[in-house]
Design a protein around this ligand. Structure first.
Ligand SMILES: Nc1ncnc2c1ncn2[C@@H]1O[C@H](COP(=O)(O)OP(=O)(O)OP(=O)(O)O)[C@@H](O)[C@H]1O
Ligand SMILES: [Mg+2]
Length: 236
């Protein structure tokens, strides 16, 4: 396979948690490859380590062993400066419980990652552009008349669409989503999958989604199963 087509590659990922004197081995040698433009889902039972794996792939957590390579760069061998830039610009995160700030309106929530990456003066220089981009994303997700709403004034599905817009504000090449439909009824959840599918097919957005829901997973191009701390390559 042409390595240039691989956006993310994890090799031999191990992760354990210490609980008192005992050690809980969660990931026991996970290997995974994600191609540019691919939409893949990671499934597995509750507690199988899906979130742990996603956090490691996004460098929100460190593996005990193994490597994660993003566009040819070994993430855990990189400087803090590289990793900060990676987390802010190269990867977008979407979580089950949205993690929006209730004090800010929808528009402000969406452009917050741009603001966070700038100095005060730098922010003034790009504010208009960031605002326009946020409005563009809102209208793409059918929420143009919700810009001034606070997150608590929105439905669950609307909140998740705002969270997806926030994850995309810096045009990250990679979108990581942890149970983005986990808090929604199946119809609303499928609406969120429609949004992700559209991003993938129309904007060629690379997406790795974690879900325990088989009906959600099968809407992705490829399903990766996590079992007993490893990727399960058996069929069925
Ligand atoms: N910070 C932590 N400290 C100790 N144990 C942890 C920690 N985080 C996760 N675990 C344990 O690791 C295992 C895997 O957790 P993880 O959250 O990755 O599972 P999951 O597959 O995402 O589950 P779910 O589908 O319920 O979200 C669980 O048994 C959990 O209890
Ligand atoms: Mg989880």
């Amino acid at each position: 396979m042409n390595e240039n087509n691989i956006i993310l590659k994890a090799e031999n990922i191990h992760k354990s948690y210490k609980i008192g004197a005992s050690k809980l081995k969660v990931l026991k040698g996970v290997d995974l490859e994600l191609k540019k433009g691919e939409f893949a889902a990671v499934t597995g039972a509750s507690g199988s380590g899906k979130s742990t794996l996603l956090h490691i792939l996004g460098t929100l957590d460190k593996p005990d062993d193994g490597t994660v390579i993003f566009n040819g760069q070994q993430l855990f061998a990189s400087s803090d400066k590289y990793l900060n830039n990676f987390r802010n610009k190269k990867v977008g995160f979407v979580f089950q419980f949205y993690h929006l700030l209730d004090e800010l309106n929808v528009l402000e929530n969406i452009y917050l990652p741009v603001m966070a990456s700038k100095s005060i003066f730098g922010w003034f220089a790009v504010k208009k552009q960031a605002r326009n981009k946020a409005l563009e994303l809102l209208s793409m997700f059918g929420l143009e008349d919700r810009a001034k709403h606070k997150p608590y004034q929105l439905s669950g599905g609307e909140r998740q669409r705002v969270a997806i817009a926030r994850a995309l504000i810096n045009d990250p090449p990679l979108l990581l989503a942890d149970e983005p439909t986990g808090n929604l009824d199946s119809q609303t959840g499928n609406g969120i999958m429609d949004v992700l599918e559209k991003l993938n097919t129309q904007a060629n957005q690379t997406i790795l989604l974690v879900t325990h829901d088989k009906n959600i997973a099968k809407r992705a191009e490829r399903v990766i199963k996590l079992k007993n701390g490893k990727i399960d390559n058996t069929k069925g």
